[in-house]
Design a protein around this ligand. Structure first.
Ligand SMILES: [Zn+2]
Length: 853
């Protein structure tokens, strides 16, 4: 990141807040253009801080009406980012500061702070949105108990904690648990509740509600089921029970992120909570379940124990992602979940780690914290916890977590605190392991094998590449899970975790009768790139025999990537090893259908571009596109004889159920339909579309038809059927861009964005089209440069209204160093054009600047 930016905030500058804040009383008099917020802050000098300091409160875009200390009006000094009261104006001991401000939620398009969505008031305060509501020490280490009064004629008035009173036009809420301001929430609107109930292991009866706009009541049952499953799981696996009498979830259409874990009042992007068989795909169901779990799990990992400062964001996010991954694995399939998570990690985090935006899991400086809600902090943060668990073992992991909850409940903690509980539990020194938190970049691990006198020796070497601002790095602690197989396919050494702690290390396996075949990095035991050229025959052997399901899939993946790379670079024909291996797997009824569907999914175009770049080639997006389609056709031809039967066998009879087994069958059926479409011009997919009674198969077959250049009648039918359904229409927008031929993508985007129902101020709709543009690899990177120019145009247009979403979507440009000189120049040109825009937000200017640096 640009070290010279004067707005840079550094971890090393951390100081405790000058004052302690015990209690907050807030009154909201809601009005679309003139909401009044009255705040009473019960303050006292902080004994842990330097004495005699001024009182500084954050505040942005607030009109101050009144300010008083212990009932006496005072005149604070105001600037663009807050309010200061000189120490001389403050009593020596405890005092009450009262402020009254006016804000205009209706004009708040950034969707941070208090804003309106379809006539409903809602809030988003993480990371620094609370300062747009009232003057406050808006930092996570200031934790206070909140009492909130809402005055409005809207029928439903919600805030954090427990309801303590209500009447006509008002309601009061009290949260007994001290919390930082980023967990504050308020909702007011004409909402309907889908109710539920849960009794905790401590015997507390908890009222549950999912609040939605009228008409959406029929899409809440799945979310409610997921919530109850999450509550039960956290009790069973982590011993953590819920701690309030009520738990509310609210669905909001205009939301920058997936969801937010505000204490007792989670606010969700409606697409992350609403689901019904007619309107949601199996992937949507799984995502809703995971996000509900994630936000619920934050109640302990994030809310009860929060972050001392935003540099510690991974403390709550890495751990909570890890927990939601465990949960999904327990409820569904660990193997399938692991493969999906690794696919995502490689697609997003490895890409980030290998480009100009690389940063540590715990960064040490930032300009705009909103730019650090990244795959590195979340997904790599979760991987680091997975490694820790692997290194200390399940029993010590559980003991360390118990200690963490005991020791830090009610505190704002750091990564040092987190690692200390593991050191105290196990006696291990984790100072070298800590590099995973402080150093960016994906380690590369190379492998050499030796076989002599019945001893098999594996030599592992690690390399930690330089990243922006971090040239020199030490060796990391890398757990490498290894298993050995006999040439007949029997496992002779079961999974063993080797600890690679030095630059290069050898591990010997004795007493083997014959030279084994190694299965390395089982379960993807560390987020590293394994550098090892494996003969096709060995990959095919592992694809057929590996007992570790992840590595079995990985063997097929590696084989497919090798084959595709040769097709792209040399124009080679697809090899029989891959096609035969996939054929055996596709029709192996002993295997989980979800696993077979994943194995049949070919490596993506962006993945191939990264792979080729890493191997020293300059990726050509058009060649990648055509080679991948040729391989898909070759696979279809190889499997042709069995596909109709497979498609038939995967039809799920009876009423729709979103469970993992049924979803796996539907995924395999769609994989078969996608292959069949290459052979029958889409006839089977067309019939599947016509007969579908659920969104998974309806939308899945539509996407298949569009992908082969057909499906216009079905696309029109889909539009008529779902007109007026915002969430389903997002899919309709996205699929057209995703399936467009590279030459047509820009035209499709221009046509869709000209439609009156392209409501670009809604983040979901914007992402559906503009996000799909950067997701269409060959289209976005089209030689004309139109894809780059279109994205830049839209980011520049969105930035003044919603800098957070604009900034996040700009990461499409982060891969510029991979491509040829022409494309590099065009992508850099697009970034420079963004940088040159007058009035650019702090969010987007930081991102564009880092990508250009
Ligand atoms: Zn989270």
């Amino acid at each position: 990141m640009p070290a010279d930016d004067p707005r840079t905030i550094r971890l090393s500058d951390y100081q405790p807040y000058s004052h302690a804040l015990d209690r907050v009383e807030l009154t909201f008099k809601l009005h679309p253009t003139a909401t009044r917020v009255l705040a009473r802050l019960h303050l006292a000098p902080n004994p842990a801080a330097r004495t005699g300091q001024d009182l500084r409160l954050d505040g942005e875009g607030l009109r101050l009406i009144a300010c008083a200390v212990d009932g006496q009006a005072v005149q604070p000094s105001l600037d663009a980012t807050g309010l200061t009261l000189a120490a001389a104006l403050l009593p020596a001991g405890a005092f009450v500061l009262e402020t009254e401000v006016e804000i205009a939620p209706e004009g708040n398009t950034a969707l941070e702070g208090l804003y309106m969505s379809n006539g409903m008031y809602c809030t988003q305060c993480e990371a620094e949105g609370f300062r747009k509501i009232t003057f406050y020490p808006d930092r996570p280490d200031v934790m206070a108990r909140f009492h909130v009064r809402i005055e409005s004629d809207l029928p439903v008035l919600l805030s954090n904690g427990n309801p303590v009173g209500q009447g006509v036009g008002w309601a009061e809420w009290d949260d007994p648990w001290p919390k930082p301001s980023y967990l504050f929430a308020l909702v007011a609107g004409d909402l309907r509740a889908h109710p539920g109930q849960f009794t905790t292991m401590e015997g507390r009866d908890v009222g549950l509600n999912i609040w939605v706009r009228p008409g959406d009541e029929g899409r809440c049952a799945w979310g409610m089921q997921a919530l109850k499953a999450s509550m039960a799981w956290d009790e069973k696996v982590y011993g953590r029970a819920y701690d309030l009498d009520i738990f509310n979830i609210v669905a909001v259409d205009d939301f920058n992120m997936g969801a937010m874990e505000n204490k007792g009042l989670n606010i969700f992007n409606s697409k992350a909570v609403l689901a019904s068989p007619e309107t949601a795909t199996d992937d949507d169901f799984a995502r809703v379940e995971a996000i509900i779990a994630h936000e619920y799990f934050h109640n302990w990992t994030g809310n009860r124990i929060t972050c001392r400062d935003w540099f510690q964001l991974c403390l709550k996010e890495g751990l909570t992602v890890f927990r939601d991954q465990q949960f999904s694995g327990d409820l569904r399939s660990h193997a399938v979940k692991r493969i999906e998570d690794v696919l995502m990690l490689r697609a997003r985090q490895f890409r980030e780690d290998g480009g100009p935006l690389a940063h540590a899991v715990r960064p040490d400086s930032f300009v705009e914290i909103n730019n650090f809600y990244t795959a590195t902090v979340y997904e790599k943060g979760a991987e680091v916890i997975g490694m820790l668990k692997r290194l200390v073992g399940d029993a010590d992991y559980a003991r360390a977590l118990d200690l963490y909850f005991d020791r830090h409940d009610g505190q704002a903690a750091t990564i040092e605190d987190w690692l200390k509980v593991f050191e105290d539990t196990t006696g291990r020194d984790l100072s070298q392991f800590k590099r995973w938190y402080t150093e960016a970049g994906t380690p590369r691990v190379s492998v050499a094998e030796d076989w002599a006198d019945g001893v098999y020796t594996l030599t592992l070497a690690q390399e930690n590449p330089a990243t922006p601002g971090q040239a020199q790095k030490g060796a990391k602690v890398i757990p490498v899970a290894v298993g050995l197989l006999n040439p007949n396919g029997d496992e002779v050494v079961p999974t063993t975790v080797l600890e690679l702690t030095e630059a290069k290390q050898s591990f010997a396996f004795k007493g083997l009768a014959s030279r084994p075949v190694a299965s390395i990095l089982r379960g993807f035991s560390a987020p590293v790139i394994l550098e090892r050229s494996v003969p096709a025959a060995e990959r095919a052997f592992l694809l057929a025999h590996d007992t570790d399901p992840f590595n079995r899939w990985e063997a097929g993946r590696g084989l497919a990537k090798d084959v595709l790379a040769r097709m792209i670079v040399d124009g080679a024909a697809p090899g029989a090893d891959l096609l035969d291996g996939l054929a055996r797997l596709a029709f192996d009824e002993a295997l989980d259908p979800a696993f077979r569907a994943l194995a049949l999914r070919l490596p993506g175009e962006d993945d191939m571009a990264a792979t080729l770049h890493a191997a020293g080639h300059v990726p050509d997006p058009a060649r990648i596109y055509h080679a991948r389609r040729a391989l898909h056709l070759a696979l279809a031809e190889r499997l042709a004889a069995g596909l109709p039967e497979l498609e038939l066998a995967c039809r799920v009879p009876g009423a729709f159920s979103p469970d993992a087994a049924a979803a796996g069958k539907r995924a395999l059926r769609l994989a078969a339909l996608g292959l069949l479409a290459r052979l029958d011009d889409g006839a089977t997919a067309r019939a599947a579309y016509a007969a579908a009674d659920n969104m998974t198969e309806s939308f899945g077959s539509l996407a298949i038809l569009l992908d082969i250049g057909a499906g216009q009648a079905e696309l029109a039918d889909f539009a008529v059927k779902w007109q007026g359904d915002r969430l389903v229409l997002d899919k309709w927008f996205a699929v057209q861009v995703a399936a467009a031929q590279p030459d047509n993508v820009a035209d499709v985007v221009r046509r869709l964005t000209a439609r009156p129902d392209f409501d670009w101020k809604n983040p979901n709709r914007f992402r559906a089209v503009i996000g799909a543009l950067s997701g269409n690899h060959a289209g976005f990177h089209h030689a004309s440069g139109e894809g780059y120019a279109l994205l830049a145009d839209w980011l520049i247009k969105l930035d003044p209204l919603n800098p957070q979403t604009a900034s996040r979507m700009s990461t499409a440009f982060e891969s510029w160093p991979r491509y040829d000189a022409d494309r590099q120049a065009m992508m850099r040109g697009a970034l420079q054009r963004i940088m040159a825009t007058t009035g650019l937000s702090r969010d987007l200017s930081e991102m564009a600047g880092r990508m250009l640096a």
